[in-house]
Design a protein around this ligand. Sequence first.
Ligand code: ADP
Length: 299
Amino acid sequence: MNKILEVKNLNKSFGNFKAVDNLSFDVFDGDIYGFLGPNGAGKSTTIRMIMGLIYPDSGSIKLIDQEITPTSRNYLSQIGALIERPDFYGNLSAYDNLKLMAELSNVPNAANRIMEVLELVHLDKRKKSNVKTFSQGMKQRMGLAQAILHKPKFVILDEPSNGLDPQGQADIRKIIQSINKDDGITILFSSHILTEVEEICNRMIIINNGQNIREGNVTDLMNEEKLNVTIKSKQKQEIYQFLLLNNYSTRIVNDLLFVELPEKLISKLIAELVQNKFELDEVNQNRSLESYFLKIVQN
Ligand code: ADP
């Protein structure tokens, strides 16, 4: 499969602070690639380097077969981006804002394309409304429309659902999926929320302190992870002994008993406990990749 983006051994420091630390990853044609990490992990800094807004101390970035250097600018016409909060002329309508942008980037057949993208982001019925009357979610959707207006091959979306309510976030995810599927656009999707990356991305990287923590196919990463089962029971000591005897990986922390095991063995575990007449007050499960990620986020 064709590589759209190749990031190799990228480093960037601000003074003594290393924001991106030997980071490498590839995005392939057709991917919705999740770029996941807690706030401050180095996502925006990396994205700004990919956009050619700042330059790395060392390492390289190749975008659509072109090395990004201070003098290469050709690739910019083939990419689109939604970074930070998109800004529009509040006193102009949605349509007129996009018309201005279409003129700036010489979009062919602009009138049709503007209507196409407005439909894609579900703003076609509001095309005549001034953007100042739009909610944050609508403005973010305008941002998506603007990012894909010139039919780029590759779109970079930096936390596009940040600050939106759950409905607004779900709308954005749906639109991203249709941009990818219907328009054939490869997407780099940065987020600090594992569940939204899991929902729409086929591949992902988790970064923290500017470093690669885990990378790969989303389904593989999710399947290989074990689950953490927590059990609340007055018989926790007895259950603990029983589980140790039966070779489970288990420990007691405060009031709770933790068992780590692959997802497919959970029903067997519960069945064994019930057969042995243990009384369970509460059983919960937590995916370990999720708890691992939450731990990173909370640190
Ligand atoms: P993320 O997008 O994952 O939230 P950022 O890339 O914005 O993370 O930031 C990574 C780290 O680099 C943060 O600790 C941030 O404070 C620092 N940083 C980013 N830009 C600058 C800058 N221009 N000067 C100094 N520090 C910066």
